[in-house]
Design a protein around this ligand. Sequence first.
Ligand SMILES: Cc1cc2nc3c(=O)[nH]c(=O)nc-3n(C[C@H](O)[C@H](O)[C@H](O)COP(=O)(O)O)c2cc1C
Length: 161
Amino acid sequence: MLEDMNINDIVGEYKQITLDLYAIGARKFFYTEIETPYPEGKIIVSTSDTKGVITHVNHVFVEMSGYTKKELLGKNHAILRHPDMPKMPFKELWDTIQSGKKWQGIIKNLRKDGGYYWVKATVIPNIKNGVIVGYTSVRRKPSALVVAEFIKRYPTLRGSK
Ligand SMILES: Cc1cc2nc3c(=O)[nH]c(=O)nc-3n(C[C@H](O)[C@H](O)[C@H](O)COP(=O)(O)O)c2cc1C
């Protein structure tokens, strides 16, 4: 369970929606149309346990998400889930990494302040003695062309499979 977003954290004009999510249950979202551009040359890194619960973040993760490190550790990565994202890429992500393979995709992430940022994410399983013990995710700046393609596709898919 993840608590609702806090209206006092939101910066700018916002929309509101409640979504019932697989990993976190029902959550009230506040989100704006304000984009934080992905910083040139920076890499966002995090690790999780087998359920996607955050176990490590680097400082770029903290900066881009708008949360403090303390707020992030112990929370599911779904804290970053943007309401515009369809379910399908996340199902594909979990099916892929749980089978021990690497997943790559484009994700629109939600900030604590209701804004968003696009990432090109790679998630890899961490395997010890043949057993998946957690996952590592590395995000880079996506190309503007690829993001434009996903903007066309993703918002229309909200709530779909
Ligand atoms: C290592 C790792 C990194 C992840 N990074 C993100 C992320 O940046 N943004 C995101 O929305 N979900 C991310 N997820 C997936 C979430 O755990 C979750 O599945 C997703 O937000 C969709 O929520 P749902 O499964 O409740 O539908 C990540 C999962 C793992 C294992």
